[in-house]
Ligand binder design. Structure first.
Ligand code: BGC
Length: 765
């Protein structure tokens, strides 16, 4: 390598050049050049310096700035997370580049999950858009803003398939479906990393949480997962694989145990599968404190043992625990951890730093000092238009009786509910770099839209909940939920009086941001009682009632679906949420979102997901039979199915036609429908194609999403939508864990949601 020779010359001429000096800024970003560079660097490092590279810490009470400076100086830190401004990042990079013996740059990471300064809808909302262009925008803008803040890596995308709405983190993923989650995750990786994570406005991704965190038993946070290999490989692993195939440089391991082995101790996951089978070359990171937790999991006897187990299993970098730095030196000295194992882990960290371009320019995402933004939080740094456009796409119309929506901008509109004017909640969880004051509430959005044309009256109507225990839980670390000291009666009376004076009532109800987050599992997925009382009182006024739902999980809404005239699911719609919601409420934009996760009727139905197996005794609504698979005290199936969402116009879908009745293994067939806009407005909808392997060596799901296309049609317009199907779409992991397609009949279902579909069929020869 040419540049290596150059280093050699430099070494012979001067005393000891720094890396910053030797790295001319022109290191070629190729794997070969990287390997040579890192091998050379490893050769210069002491054991302690190698161990230092494995340490990922956050500045905070446990690690105050002064202590961090000292540790950086001694080469005891590899990367920093949770510092998100250029001046703060610069200070630490300066320390690494001036105080450290080898001057190895730090990298800086953060949870950029659905936006950085500009907050986009939560991932469930992004999935609801079924719009890859919208997701691309989110990926690009998020990466741009994160890189502009000096960050090099994001802890995203989160692609944990989840079929359990009790789990608060379902909000962070793309829903219940494997295909949808995979394509969303892949798109995010491609957009965030761009051509190279080293580019000025790209960041490296770290897909999480590997693996199957979304399937924690009972939806209870941090719980265990026990799963058949077929389900794991067919349903839960493909999204991680898709994100990695798209080039994600990092993987964050899950906190849960999978089939008895905690992810941070799982050599099968970390090595056999990830590296040997899938060929992953990037970095593996334990989740927050996960190495320590190996003791609680019962797979490590003490801290030293936990470190041994984690490192040997293949955890490169340890997030937020000091165990690696404390115990690895002794373990290496005693030979319990070999130098080769330590080198492997350190190499992976140095590799990603190289790929991030940090050895070319440690300040590549910082620029010269004078270039730091005058005001990190400046309005001018936001991408409001993009946020508004994406948010519009994410809204799902669940009900619209007698065309209650869209609303007129004239007349009197009563806006009520504890979430109607909450700037914090509309941003959703994992939005810490966003500024609460910059978000637009639904009340503001409605006022902006109405202007002088009508009048808007507001009443809070209820507290988020009257359950003090829940308020205390939500306000544990900061005053996140404001409690109105008036009695529930007084608040409802005020709202009812507002409703009586109005032509229509818009009630913004659901969950606070903190109810759909990490460590926020619920046993009860209804709207809190205080708000249900409000809804009942509003209903009793007889005024048209529109529910605007804000929530990070499917809610059980049987009663509300009867009380409300219209329901708009808005998830947590982000910085521009209020404006985007108003755009849809008033019909400036026709809603086009579809549910990426089924809405159960009650918590007792969980798990309810569309791609279930048929069972030997499937329930048939047209011919009900006692001895079929069902609950006798509840209607069967979800309240709102996967893929469901209405529009202000109507669409019809023709019968399915297939290009051929049969397909050879090396061939393909194309399934098509004609979709017609039969209403009076232009509108978009999502045409969804599902497949069913009717008879196979193992029981296969009743249907599985294998393609979708979002199309926009003018009134009266018809479009043919076609889905090519090849052998890849038909493959699955069978009982002997062979991934293949089996000959026989396949059903093709095409429709505008997973429940109401047109059917065709073909045969795989
Ligand atoms: C979460 C991760 C997150 C990390 C860093 C953990 O508690 O499980 O998803 O990336 O914290 O903020």
């Amino acid at each position: 390598m040419k540049w290596l020779c150059a280093v050699g010359v430099a070494v012979s001429l001067a005393a000891q050049p720094t890396l910053a000096e030797t790295a001319s800024g022109n290191l070629p970003l190729t794997p070969e050049a990287r390997d040579a560079f890192v091998t050379d660097l490893l050769g210069k490092m002491t054991v302690d310096e190698k161990i230092g590279q494995l340490r990922l810490i956050s500045v905070g009470p446990d690690n105050p700035k002064e202590a961090i400076r000292d540790m950086i100086g001694k080469g005891q830190v590899g990367a920093i997370f949770n510092t998100v401004t250029r001046p703060d990042i610069r200070v630490m990079q300066d320390q690494a580049m001036t105080l450290g013996r080898l001057k190895i740059p730090l990298f800086f990471a953060f949870d950029v999950v659905h936006g950085q300064r500009t907050v986009f809808p939560i991932s469930l909302g992004l999935a609801s858009s079924f719009n890859l262009e919208a997701v691309k925008t989110v990926g690009r803008v998020s990466a741009y803003e994160a890189a502009d803040d000096g960050l090099n890596m994001t802890w995203a995308p989160m692609v944990d398939v989840s079929r359990d709405p009790r789990w608060g983190r379902a909000s962070e993923g793309f829903g219940e479906d494997t295909y949808l989650t995979a394509i969303m995750g892949k798109t995010m990786v491609e957009e965030m990393q761009g051509k190279s994570p080293a580019d000025r406005y790209s960041v490296m991704t770290s897909v999480k949480h590997f693996a199957a965190y979304g399937a924690v038993e009972g939806g209870k946070e941090y719980n265990s997962v026990d799963m058949s290999p077929q389900r794991l490989f067919n349903d839960y692993l493909p999204p991680y694989k898709a994100a990695l195939d798209a080039g994600s440089g990092g993987v964050m391991m899950a906190l849960n145990a999978l089939n008895g082995t905690p992810a941070a101790a799982d050599a099968w996951l970390l090595k056999d599968l990830l590296r040997d089978e899938w060929g992953f070359k990037g970095i593996t990171i334990s989740d927050h404190g996960a190495i320590k937790e190996l003791i609680n999991h019962g797979v490590a006897a003490d801290p030293q043992d936990a470190v041994r187990v984690a490192l040997k299993a293949g955890i490169d970098m340890s997030m937020a625990d000091e165990y690696y730095s404390k115990y690895l030196p002794g373990l290496v000295e005693s030979g319990k951890v070999t130098m080769a194992e330590l080198d492997d882990a350190a190499r992976h960290v140095l590799n990603v730093k190289y790929d991030m371009g940090l050895f070319n320019d440690p300040y590549s995402h910082l620029g010269p000092k004078g270039s730091d933004p005058q005001d990190t939080f400046a309005e001018s740094r936001l991408h409001r238009q993009e946020a508004r456009e994406v948010a519009r796409e994410s809204l799902v119309l669940l009900k619209n009786r007698l065309d209650t929506l869209p609303l007129k901008k004239s007349g009197v509109i009563a806006v009520v509910g504890p979430l109607a004017d909450s700037k914090r909640d509309v941003m959703g969880s994992w939005s810490a770099a966003g500024v609460v004051a910059q978000s637009v509430t639904v009340l503001t959005g409605i006022k902006n839209a109405v202007g002088d044309a009508g009048s808007v009256i507001y009443a809070k109507g209820a507290n988020l909940t009257d359950n003090k225990g829940i308020i205390d839980f939500l306000n544990q670390y900061e005053p996140a939920v404001q409690v109105d000291e008036r009695t529930p009666r007084a608040m409802i009376d005020e709202a009812v009086s507002a409703a009586r004076r109005a032509d229509v009532v818009v009630a913004v109800v659901g969950e606070a941001q903190g109810m759909a987050h990490e460590a926020s599992s619920r046993t009860d997925i209804t709207i809190p009682q205080s708000q249900r009382d409000l809804i009942a009182a509003l209903k009793a006024t007889g005024k048209p009632l529109v529910l605007v739902l804000m929530n990070g999980r499917p809610l059980a809404l049987v009663k509300e679906s009867q009380q409300a005239d219209a329901i708009l699911e808005t998830w947590f719609a982000g910085t521009e949420g209020g404006n985007a919601i108003a755009d849809v409420l008033f019909g400036d934009v026709n809603p086009s979102g579809k549910l990426p996760i089924s809405f159960p009727r009650s918590v007792g139905q969980i798990p309810v997901y569309y791609s279930h197996l048929n069972t030997g005794r499937p329930y048939n609504a047209e011919r009900p039979n006692k001895y079929t698979s069902r609950y006798f005290d509840e209607a069967n199936g979800p309240l709102y199915p996967f893929g469901y969402g209405l529009s202000y116009t109507t669409f019809t879908v023709s019968d399915v036609t297939l290009s051929a009745p049969a397909m050879r293994r090396d061939g393909s067939v194309t399934a098509s429908v004609q979709v017609t806009n039969t209403g009076r407005r232009e509108g978009a909808t999502v045409v969804q194609m599902y497949l069913q392997d009717v008879t196979a060596s193992i029981s296969r799901p009743v249907k599985q999403l294998k393609g979708f296309e979002k199309i926009s049609l003018k009134p009266g317009e018809t479009r043919t939508v076609s889905f090519p199907i090849d052998i890849e779409a038909l493959k699955f992991w069978n009982q002997r864990m062979k991934f293949d397609a089996e000959p026989g009949r396949f059903n093709v279902f095409i429709g505008l949601d997973s429940a109401r579909v047109k059917q065709g069929e073909f045969e795989l020869l």
